[in-house]
Design a binder for this molecule. Structure first.
Ligand code: ADP
Ligand code: MG
Length: 143
């Protein structure tokens, strides 16, 4: 299935994140695709807040640590940003297998760079600049 939204601000993107959280029953692994500044991390803020795992302010970019983990709301949320990762085999150290549990949602910024993640993901959420502060957000689920 495919579903799209257009937002005009970061707040609106967080609201879409809240809506998405209700649609994404775990277990699920999704690639968050989009250029720098497209709003991938902003979207995760809304998702984490709706799951009750973190406040929007608690969610920050895992650019340097690669993985941030949020729990407490019932669904575990793993938020990865692989922008700085170059080689497929560097993925092994992250333990993504262990993150894929029945109660977890795994959201991976820049996951499309890696063949093995493209193969394993249940779909993607793509964010695109649409002029000024506008963004289009498209959810594509494989089933
Ligand atoms: P990414 O993780 O894709 O690199 P971020 O979510 O970190 O992007 O940053 C998006 C930036 O764009 C933030 O500074 C945010 O305030 C701004 N912004 C402006 N309009 C929007 C919008 N419609 N949706 C999301 N972010 C927006
Ligand atoms: Mg980001």
């Amino acid at each position: 299935m495919t579903k799209s939204w257009t937002t005009q601000s970061a707040d609106e993107t967080m609201r879409v994140g809240r809506e998405l959280a209700a649609m994404l029953q775990p277990p699920r692994m999704l690639i968050l695709r989009g250029n720098l500044g497209a709003g991938k991390t902003t979207l995760v803020k809304g998702i984490a807040a709706a799951l009750g795992d973190a406040t929007e302010d608690d969610v920050t970019s895992p650019t340097f640590t690669l993985v941030h983990e949020y729990g407490g709301g019932g669904t575990m949320l793993y938020h990865l940003d692989l922008y700085r990762l170059e080689k497929e085999r560097e993925l092994d150290a992250l333990g993504i297998d262990e993150m894929q549990r029945n109660d977890s949602l795994v959201l991976i910024e820049w996951g499309e760079k890696f063949l093995s993640l493209n193969a394993r993901a249940d779909g993607e959420i793509a964010l695109e600049h649409a002029g000024g502060d506008a963004r289009t957000i498209t959810l594509r689920l494989n089933q």
